[in-house]
Design a protein around this ligand. Structure first.
Ligand code: UDP
Length: 472
């Protein structure tokens, strides 16, 4: 730790969604461990989620959130609590309205730099007007950033063409048109607001002091280089979740220590090494009743023990006699699961994931092969990275990028069963996938250790910021 670093004050302002906030809190803790004075700016309900997972090295600065003004239910300050698109847009609009309070905080605290989410592009203007540097936190992979940029550069092919090849990437990457969001089709819908935010984010990305990415260089070096070339300055600082070393840290990530931790550990401790499939779809993914039923039957038919985390409420999906049949082989977790604890338990040998970037990277860090089941946003890009480039994923065959659980095509039980069996099998293909995943897991851990690529990137950035501070 550098003593001069103590003078460097960094203000982190996360987007209010678990998939953005959790990695940014990890990142804040990492910079604090490198000696920076760190403050996280957030709102009351989000503070209750963050507080159990930080210690005295990180300060919280809390500002009110205008829920009522934007038609949001009381306490609805996080995207992960929201089910409807309309409320999601209201939350984004409420974020925008924080411009003035953010400016007041900058005047009050006068940090040396702010690290704010890419999806809060307005923070750039506010920070610059106060003479403060803005670093953007990019919550996805470098690969996905490159794909998004390639998509902006090309016109989508005519309607009857099903797939197309993305221009300007190091390797041939082909995507189905249904796997990407067609922004043209969003015109006239409330989603335009998100589209505009993305456009603004891309515009300021090249003006920022730089971009921080939760990834490590060795994982996707060609795409990291390409991303850096586009945005000018970029640091890969992950996998940030690896800063949560013990069970308490891992379990409190996302709020209070979940009641399910002890139950999960007791359940997993009884299973042989590498025998269990862990299935979870991130913080905000829901499924139709029909899809849940197919998942249930598919997992059962795979004949591998499983832990299944689901955010849907209600029991309408449960097939007749199901709970009794699976009671010795399956553990259902309703609500929030201690994902980092589960993924890193010896008994877990495979991960069925929606390919959110955090989950993907957490699976990689735990050295696990994955069944990829992308649903929306950048998840289809992350699937490409896991399956075609890193070769540690088995696709379930999800083809349509949509938030709408009711219109999403159903993946049948037999398909789920086959994918899980391929993942957990012990043939040559499965063993090779497992070997590669283990190797990547070791690389991920080395990257954040002293002397590793991410460790060094953080050190270099901090030295640069300290030198800059000395000169002003
Ligand atoms: N997560 C968790 N428990 C859950 C669901 C999610 O700890 O029950 C964490 C997970 O470890 C990851 C984050 O929430 O860090 C979800 O981010 P991701 O990018 O994977 O997906 P998103 O929620 O943004 O779709």
């Amino acid at each position: 730790m550098c003593s001069e670093a103590n003078n460097l004050h960094m203000l982190f302002f996360p987007l209010m969604a678990q998939g953005h906030m959790l990695p940014m809190v990890d990142m804040a803790k990492i910079f604090a461990a490198h000696g920076a004075r760190v403050t996280i700016l957030t709102t009351p309900v989000n503070a209750t989620i963050i507080r159990p997972n930080i210690d005295d090295s990180v300060h919280l600065h809390i500002i009110p959130f205008p829920t009522a003004e934007f038609g949001l239910p009381d306490g609805c300050e996080n995207n992960s609590f929201i089910l409807s698109d309309d409320l999601r847009i209201n939350l984004m609009k409420a974020n925008y309205s924080l411009r003035q309070p953010f400016d007041l905080v900058l005047t009050d605290l006068n940090p040396d730099c702010v690290v704010t989410d890419l999806f809060l592009p307005w923070t750039y203007d506010v920070a610059i007007a106060r003479g403060i540097l803005r670093l953007a936190f990019h919550g996805s992979s470098n690969f996905s950033a490159c794909v998004m940029s390639a998509l902006h550069q090309c016109r989508l092919p005519a309607d009857k063409v099903e797939s197309f090849i993305l221009p300007g990437l190091p390797y041939r990457i082909e995507m189905l048109k249904t796997q990407i969001i067609d922004f043209n089709k969003l015109a006239g819908t409330p989603m335009v607001f998100i589209m505009e935010t993305l456009k603004e984010a891309a515009e300021v990305e090249v003006k920022n002091y730089g971009t921080l990415v939760n990834s490590f260089y060795e994982l996707e070096s060609e795409y990291a280089d390409l991303h850096r070339e586009r945005v000018g300055r970029m640091w890969t600082v992950g996998p940030v979740s690896l800063c949560n070393k013990d069970v308490i840290n891992k379990s409190t990530r996302g709020g209070e220590y979940p009641a399910s931790v002890n139950e999960c550990l007791k359940w997993l401790d009884k299973r042989p090494t590498g025998s269990v499939v862990y299935m979870c779809f991130g913080s905000g993914s829901f499924f139709s009743i029909e899809q849940l039923r197919e998942m249930a039957l598919g997992l059962e038919a795979s004949r591998h023990p499983f832990v299944w985390v689901m955010r849907n409420e209600g029991n309408d999906w449960i097939p007749k006699g199901y709970e009794e049949r699976i009671k010795d082989v399956g553990l259902l977790i309703r609500g929030w699961a201690p994902q980092l604890v589960m993924l890193n338990h010896d008994a877990v040998g495979g991960f069925v994931t929606h390919c959110g970037w955090n989950s993907s990277l957490e699976g990689i860090s735990a050295g696990l092969p994955m069944v990829t089941w992308p649903l929306f946003a950048d998840q289809f890009c992350n699937e490409k990275l896991l399956v075609e480039i890193l070769k540690i994923g088995v696709m379930v065959g999800s083809k349509v990028n949509t938030f709408n659980m009711e219109t999403r095509p159903i993946v049948k039980a037999a398909v789920v069963e086959t994918a899980v069996r391929r993942l957990m099998g012990d043939g040559m293909e499965a063993n090779e996938r497992r070997r590669r995943a283990k190797q990547l897991g070791e690389m991920a851990n080395r990257a954040v250790d002293k002397g590793g690529s991410s460790y060094e990137q953080i050190k270099n950035l901090m030295n640069e910021l300290i030198d800059r501070k000395k000169c002003v």
